[in-house]
Design a protein around this ligand. Structure first.
Ligand SMILES: [Zn+2]
Length: 432
């Protein structure tokens, strides 16, 4: 396998060299923030960082409090429209995006031309890890609205010299026609949308396995690292799937290499911590906390992502020393369900459901019954005798999860998603 790197020196560096690189990047960042960022300047000074040269080790940064999304949301609420996490005067900023708003009011985020170039470099690393080169034609079946994800990927495609093709303002059928006609070799979208396009192709008698698409970079949902989902996408398209992780307020931090064994975190551009959710102490499994090192105009420091991950620091067969998240992002911390004492993330249900080819779409309904979480899995099934599939899914969930959950047939077709899928319907009454 021909391994390609964006920056081989840092991607294969030893842990001490990576730490030294991170400290020097952090000092540059902190110097600017202490001088002129209203949001972080005070926090840094309160934590004793009156001068960036006081930072001697990564351990020193731990005296800084965590940043939570709610603080950023509140700051924008009080200081509309962009908040105070701005290091430079307004005229330095050139790009505005916002979060997808799946979990509340969208958060707006400004970038300078330097930090936009940083985004492009982070995405270029994602493409290089997947072996995507200047010879590739990358198709983006995305509406190009204010959500940052695929705009940054577009910039990354340009950075590596690939041909970027927009699928904006087209329906799914038109997108399939475009990617076939222009002989796209790479598809970049959410896992749900890759499956939806495959379904539309089947209905239109288009054999995607005969298309030129060989690689699919998926983002926005955990599906790319869920074996059942990945196998299903790869089977329908005759292409390899590479999971990517990132967020509007953080950056493009995760990349999958040709080994397809977990998602590497780009430790050249991000400082990564993992916290035990119960005691907030460092752990190998728990909440991912990130400090980005190259977005000086609008950074995040020790940002609690709300994502549950399992970290693996073994050197990968690709030669990268960057830590890997086994299974990618396993789920959202706030979506972890405890059903009769068993911890379950919705991704575990997805991994089961996707092994049944006749299940087209699904929902997970969570209810609070007698102070206990209870799950109901609703599935949409193609073909005759759907009840047989319902029974089989019920048996498989009982076998794989070690507990029995309700499985029902959807009364009507379930909605499909182009952007982040939200398949969990939480009907629990929250105690406040
Ligand atoms: Zn690797």
């Amino acid at each position: 396998m021909a391994i390609t790197y964006f920056d081989r020196a840092i991607e294969t560096a030893g842990c001490e060299d990576i730490a030294a690189h991170q400290i020097s990047r952090l000092r540059v960042l902190l110097k600017e923030l202490i001088a002129s960022n209203p949001f972080y300047g005070k926090t840094l000074r309160d934590a004793g960082f009156t001068d960036a040269r006081l930072l001697h080790s990564l351990e020193d940064l731990k005296s800084l409090p965590f940043t939570c999304k709610s603080q950023l949301v509140d700051d924008q609420e009080i200081n509309p429209p962009f908040g105070t996490n701005l290091t430079f005067p307004f005229d330095r900023y050139t790009h505005l995006h916002q979060t997808s708003g799946t979990t509340g009011k969208p958060l707006r985020w400004l970038d300078t031309s330097e930090s936009w170039d940083w985004w492009a470099r982070c995405w270029a690393a994602v493409f290089c890890a997947a072996g995507i080169t200047a010879a590739d034609r990358i198709f983006f079946p995305f509406s190009f609205g204010p959500f940052i994800g695929f705009w940054a990927a577009w910039a990354g495609a340009e950075k590596i010299g690939a041909l970027a093709i927009s699928g904006g303002a087209q329906n799914s059928y038109q997108r399939l026609r475009t990617l076939m006609e222009l002989q796209a070799t790479v598809l970049c979208c959410t896992p749900s949308y890759a499956l939806h396009l495959a379904q539309v192709a089947a209905e239109e008698n288009i054999d995607l396995r005969r298309s030129t698409v060989r690689k699919i970079v998926v983002a926005g949902e955990p599906g790319g690292s869920i074996p059942g989902t990945r196998t299903r996408i790869e089977g329908a398209w005759g292409a390899k799937v590479f999971d990517h992780t990132g967020a509007t307020e953080i950056g493009a931090h995760g990349m999958t290499c040709l080994g397809q064994c977990g998602v590497h975190l780009n430790e050249g551009e991000f400082l990564v911590e993992v916290l035990d959710p119960l005691n907030l102490k460092a752990a190998d499994e728990g909440e991912l906390v990130i400090t980005n090192l190259g977005r000086i105009g609008s950074p995040v420091l020790r940002y609690r992502t709300g994502d549950h991950v399992r970290i693996n620091r073994d050197v990968c067969e690709c030669g990268r020393t960057f830590a890997r998240m086994d299974g990618g992002i396993i789920g959202r911390i706030d979506q972890m369900l405890i059903v009769r004492g068993v911890n379950i993330f919705p991704s575990s249900l997805e991994s089961i459901v996707r092994t049944f080819p006749r299940v087209q779409e699904f929902r997970v309904i969570v209810e609070d019954i007698n102070a206990m979480d209870e799950l109901l899995l609703v599935i949409e099934v193609a073909g005759d005798n759907p009840e047989d599939v319902v029974k089989a899914v019920g048996r498989e969930t009982a076998h794989r999860l070690g507990l029995r959950i309700g499985v029902e047939l959807a009364a009507q077709p379930l909605p499909r998603f182009e952007m982040k899928a939200s398949r969990v319907v939480d009907k629990r009454v929250r105690q406040t």
